[in-house]
Design a protein around this ligand. Structure first.
Ligand code: 3H9
Length: 705
């Protein structure tokens, strides 16, 4: 980087006796090498200039400083390091003030904690979210935060990754004052001048004492146990607790050295790679060709067709996004039920003290129930969430075509069906799109935006804008049976069935999948969702199934008995007396055994590793096909789909990132080995073979579309 560029990311200019140091590194003032150099130079300038009596650090734009530059992790280190910069700020002989008007996160808060005084403005957000990236605060944060806010609160901030607003940060002792307004320079200058006028001493955080060390250590013992239990399988949380212990037990500089050593361990961990991949991937999925080609259509009033679980969840999401919602149901009884489904969500929040009855009333004022399509002639966007049957959906879209105003966006929430065929029943296929929400729709973050052949670019852009307003994670998908998520799910579920028929029990498989980091295994998920849903899909596909393809009938045998999972008290597991955790069922094992005998399968043993190799190979292989066919724009879109909608362990970055970390040659070798038993199912995706032949990985395809 040229000297001029370096100079421009950190500007230092004297205002009276205060040197105002402005970080101007858009979009979020991350602490890249040029910023670190600039900050160091500014402190030296302040020391050298006799006219300067205080230093004020501020950020330009929306953020104070969002943290270290995450893009530099994994690259060769470039001096000065951030710990060095923070130490230099703290050592400055002139009073240093940080004025925080926006996010001060991670390294950003560490810079502020190294300053001698801190003032926060109302929009400030302070936090140490490194744990979300598989890291720990590595620029003195683990040593300074406990000195400022106490051991327990500091550990809580670092382990949760939560952000504190200005007042909460003040109450916690992280900042010294809360000022009004939005101008950090004005607020900071005023504070600095007051401090100088009062002859306030240079006050270094490193010199603050930690009170009652014995009690703090006892608390940390308990916290270490609790953290190990709660963050099972995660690396950095335990290291955070170790750092805080060092803050209590060791002199400051030794604590810093310990923090550095543990930070480097985190930096080198595969979990850091997975989590940082997830962070960027979630921001990349909104970068789609249509967003560059067209602007979204405006929307304020929408309609939701159907008031079942899905329709109600979507309605809540839309109301929470500030939209007007008209819900349509076929008769008075159904619409009353639909409204009840919506109100149930808000009543739940009221019961938990998270919403006031007044806020509910204000929200519900934007909700209109109706049984007549004619009431939605004015809306800008419609989301259909009726029964998953193509004929029912086509009938709805004919009605929408009849009543909706020209230019209204018509979306279907189908999870499998052919959206091109649905669009074709209207006279305006350019306005028809898929919005695949996940249940419960007001909670699940994923929104698959399914792009049929004839839809216009501005409708796609509108769908992405809607996702943003609803705070969803949008992923662009092409039309095929199951789109990205459910299509791949169907394949790895099949792999799980094969493993079961070949010898592992459903309980062993679930345990292996949980051991990998999922909250639940596939058979538990089936029981939770209801076995009848998959059964209906299997029946629908029976006619088109390849007769040569292996088909496991265990789930059908279970469904034939009326065992649909939790809701019937029995599925792959037994749920005695409405229990939510299932117990293994010997009768299910007997069914599995009978099916094996029928097919002449001699059961064999599988280790958890063998189970996961197959499970993941099936997922990755189908993921490669989905990318190759253009159903997903990039491998990262597959990753985000599984991270946000299917419980894939975030620290592994998603299935395609996981494949890159395992190494594609290994994945291909696994597939070829399994293909010896079943060449049809385990046939490697051509894209995977191509990448291996070219020595490339999935990430090489992740450039923005
Ligand atoms: C750390 O500090 C380690 C230290 O303790 C120790 C060091 C030794 N770096 O989210 P947005 C990009 S670890 C680089 O869409 P918003 C982001 O990719 C760090 N880039 O905006 C996006 O780029 P693009 C601890 C970053 O307004 C653009 O900025 N800090 C960074 O919704 C806008 O981001 C964190 O974990 C970064 N640190 O939210 C904070 N941050 O336009 C992470 C963002 O090309 N950041 N970008 O897609 C955030 O939580 C949010 O970005 C923030 C703004 C709340 C700041």
């Amino acid at each position: 980087m040229s000297n001029e560029a370096k100079a421009s990311v950190v500007r230092a200019a004297r205002q009276g006796r205060v040197l105002v140091v402005t970080i101007a590194n858009p979009p979020v003032n991350a602490l890249g090498v040029a910023v670190r150099q600039g900050l160091l130079a500014a402190v030296e300038q302040a020391e050298a200039d006799a006219a300067v009596q205080a230093v004020l650090i501020v950020g330009e734009g929306k953020a104070f400083i969002a943290g270290a530059d995450i893009r530099e992790f994994g690259q060769p280190a470039q001096p000065p390091s951030l710990p060095e910069v923070c130490n230099r700020i703290e050592a400055c002989g002139k009073t240093v003030v940080a004025a925080i008007h926006g996010p001060a996160l991670g390294g950003g808060l560490e810079v502020a904690m190294a300053a001698h005084y801190r003032v926060a403005l109302p929009a400030a957000k302070l936090g140490l979210p490194e744990v979300n990236l598989g890291l720990l605060p590595g620029a003195g944060g683990t040593q300074r935060a406990p000195r400022l806010m106490g051991v327990r609160a500091a550990a809580g901030l670092m382990l949760s990754g939560q952000h504190l607003g200005a007042h909460a940060a003040f109450d916690a002792g992280l900042v010294d004052r809360v000022a009004q307004g939005a101008d950090p320079v004005a607020a900071g200058l005023q504070y600095a001048e007051e401090l100088l006028a009062a002859n306030a001493p240079v006050r270094r955080t490193r010199d603050l004492a930690i009170a009652d060390k014995a009690a703090a250590l006892a608390e940390l013992d308990a916290l270490a146990l609790e953290t190990a239990k709660k963050t099972r399988g995660l690396f950095s949380p335990g290291k955070i607790v170790e750092c805080v212990r060092a803050a209590v037990e060791l002199p400051f500089d030794e604590g810093l050295a310990r923090e550095r050593a543990l930070f480097v361990q985190c930096l080198e961990s595969p979990q850091r790679q997975g989590l940082i991949h997830a962070f960027f991937a979630e921001r990349e999925t909104a970068k789609i060709p249509e967003a560059k080609a067209a602007a979204p259509r405006p929307f304020a009033a929408i309609a939701v067709i159907g008031g079942g679980t899905m329709g109600a969840g979507i309605t809540v999401s839309a109301l929470d996004a500030g939209l007007q919602v008209t819900m349509i149901e076929r008769d008075a009884e159904s619409i009353a039920r639909g409204q009840k489904n919506v109100e149930k969500v808000y009543d739940g929040l009221i019961a938990k003290g998270r919403m006031t009855p007044e806020a509910k009333a204000a929200t519900m004022a934007r909700y209109t129930p109706s049984t007549s399509y004619d009431d939605i002639a004015h809306v800008d966007l419609v989301i259909e969430a009726v029964f998953e049957d193509i004929e029912v959906k086509k009938a709805v879209f004919k009605e929408l075509d009849r009543v909706c105003k020209p230019g209204a966006v018509l979306a279907t929430n189908t999870s499998y069906l052919d959206i091109d065929a649905i669009a074709a029943v209207t006279g305006r296929p350019q306005d028809v799109i898929g919005l695949h929400f996940f249940s419960p729709a007001n909670i699940m973050k994923l929104l698959e935006i399914v792009v049929p052949a004839k839809v216009s670019a501005d409708v796609v852009a509108t769908a992405f804008e809607l996702a943003k307003r609803m705070k969803k994670v949008p992923v662009r998908a092409g039309v095929c049976d199951g789109f990205i998520g459910n299509r791949i799910l169907a394949v790895y579920k099949q792999a799980a069935d094969y493993i079961m028929e070949d010898g592992a029990s459903p309980y062993e498989i679930d345990e292996a999948v949980r051991g990998f980091g999922y909250p639940m295994g596939p058979f538990q998920v089936t029981d939770l969702a209801g076995g009848d849903i998959g059964w209906a899909t299997r029946k629908r596909r029976a006619a088109t199934r390849d007769p040569k393809a292996r088909y496991v009938e265990v789930a059908d045998r279970i469904c034939e008995r009326g065992w649909f999972g939790q809701k019937t008290g029995r599925g792959f597991y037994l749920y005695a007396n409405g229990a939510r955790t299932g117990m293994p069922d010997p009768e299910v094992l007997a069914i599995v055994q009978a099916e094996r005998a029928k097919k002449g399968v001699t059961p064999r043993k599988f280790t958890p590793e063998e189970i996961m190799r197959r499970y993941m190979a099936a997922m990755i292989n189908e993921g490669a096909k989905v990318v190759e066919e253009g159903i997903a724009l990039r491998p990262l879109d597959v990753d985000v789909t599984f991270l946000s909608g299917y419980g894939f362990p975030r620290h592994r970055g998603g299935p395609m990132k996981h494949a890159d970390m395992v190494g594609l040659p290994q994945v291909l070798a696994d597939l070829r080995e399994f293909a010896q038993e079943d060449p049809l199912f385990w046939k490697p995706a051509p894209l995977l073979e191509k990448l291996v032949a070219e020595g490339r990985n999935f990430d090489s395809l992740n450039k923005t579309a």
